[in-house]
Design a protein around this ligand. Structure first.
Ligand code: SF4
Length: 366
């Protein structure tokens, strides 16, 4: 049922005691670390705030992970609680308490892959509506009962009231989604295997306004596969490289090695990229084929060479590489994982990312 504009409260619940929860990141499934772990600012809520403000809602948004003592001011017509599978029990308890404090508000739990948990949520918090997904504009349109705005015309993420955290590493997106078929990928659980893209001009404009308004120490492109379309990426990077000095900021991207060609590496450096996160797997044929990781017609030797050339191209330009080694993939062997780690050791900072059920873990892109 459509909700008329009114006061709305958007909340990222606090981390459970002793933990740091990251409900952001594009998989959005929730990454839990020991207390003090890195946490992205609440990009999804910033986007939802923008979409609701455009619809004349009066919004308060608070990130209780980064700012546990944050307060809000009034009775609400709408409460949206960012909810992650990895912290579902704690998030439900939090949402229940918020709902009890404001019994007339419409209560929405919003998060990736919540579809699989509808029964549990209905049993424990029957009053809550469940919104499974990542698309803030779609959610705002369903709440307000109006049309979804074209991706190009959507407003910038609105960070008012949301902590940017001590790091001031602020997320941005350009192309969401991925059409590759890696079996272990959590991103495509969030997005489906489809691309939602903005034009280079639109993204560069938001980059510029983000830097001018918020002075990030780093802009973090949350695209799961940056430069999946090389032509488009080169256009975007050229625009970023030509921004005025005060509108530029260091940034990082995440992608797979095949996307880091020489021209892309050069353009990344020129535009101000300081770090590339790469998902990398074992160099074992059976595991790569089983997981549908190899591009059509490519061999393990091709893949290995694309990894090596990507790392060298980035290293030559002093762009830091964080390699997420996807260890433990089906049919991979410990020896194969060790060999891949050894091959990367001199060229990148390597984090081992043990494979688990993608419905319960998030990993870097590969
Ligand atoms: S791991 Fe990366 S390349 Fe593979 S499907 Fe996911 S986003 Fe696409």
């Amino acid at each position: 049922m459509a909700l008329a504009p009114g006061p709305a409260l958007l909340l990222n619940p606090p981390s459970p005691p002793g933990l740091s929860v990251n409900r952001e990141g594009f998989g959005g499934l929730g990454v839990v670390t020991a207390a003090g772990g890195f946490t992205y600012p609440a990009h999804a809520l910033a986007e939802l705030q923008a979409a609701l403000v455009r619809r004349k809602f009066s919004v308060e948004a608070r990130d209780l992970v980064l700012e546990p003592a944050a307060r809000w001011s009034r009775e609400q017509r709408l409460i949206v609680v960012r909810t992650a599978v990895a912290t579902l029990a704690a998030d439900l308890a939090f949402a229940r308490a918020r709902g009890e404090a404001d019994p007339d508000a419409r209560l929405v739990l919003w998060g990736t892959a919540l579809d699989a948990h509808r029964q549990q949520i209905a049993a424990e918090l029957p009053r809550a509506e469940v919104e499974s997904g990542y698309d803030a504009e779609g959610l705002a349109a369903r709440i307000a009962g109006d049309a979804v705005l074209d991706v190009e015309a959507r407003p910038d993420a609105d960070w008012a009231g949301l902590s940017l955290g001590p790091s001031r590493w602020i997320p941005l997106w350009h192309r969401r989604g991925c059409t590759h078929t890696c079996h272990w990928c959590p991103y495509v659980i969030a997005t489906g295997r489809q691309i939602v893209a903005r034009s280079p001009a639109r993204t560069a404009l938001e980059f510029r306004r983000l830097v001018e308004r918020h002075a990030p120490k780093r802009v973090v492109f949350r695209d799961p596969l940056f430069a999946g379309d090389a032509t488009d990426a080169l256009l975007l990077l050229s625009r970023l490289a030509h921004l005025p000095a005060l509108a530029r900021a260091p940034f990082e991207v995440e992608t797979r090695p095949e996307c880091i060609t020489e021209p892309v590496a050069a353009a990344l450096a020129e535009a101000g990229c300081v770090e590339v996160k790469l998902g990398i797997e074992t160099f074992e044929d059976a595991a790569l084929r089983q997981g549908e990781r190899l591009l059509p017609g490519r061999t393990v030797a091709d893949y290995r060479e694309s990894v090596r050339s990507a790392l060298l191209a980035l290293q030559r330009r002093q762009i830091s590489v964080r390699a997420f080694l996807m260890s433990g993939l089906p049919l991979a062997t410990p020896r194969g994982d060790d060999a891949a780690a050894a091959a990367l050791a001199d060229l990148a900072h390597v984090t081992r990312h043990p494979w688990r059920d993608p419905a319960a873990s998030k990993a870097g892109c590969s």
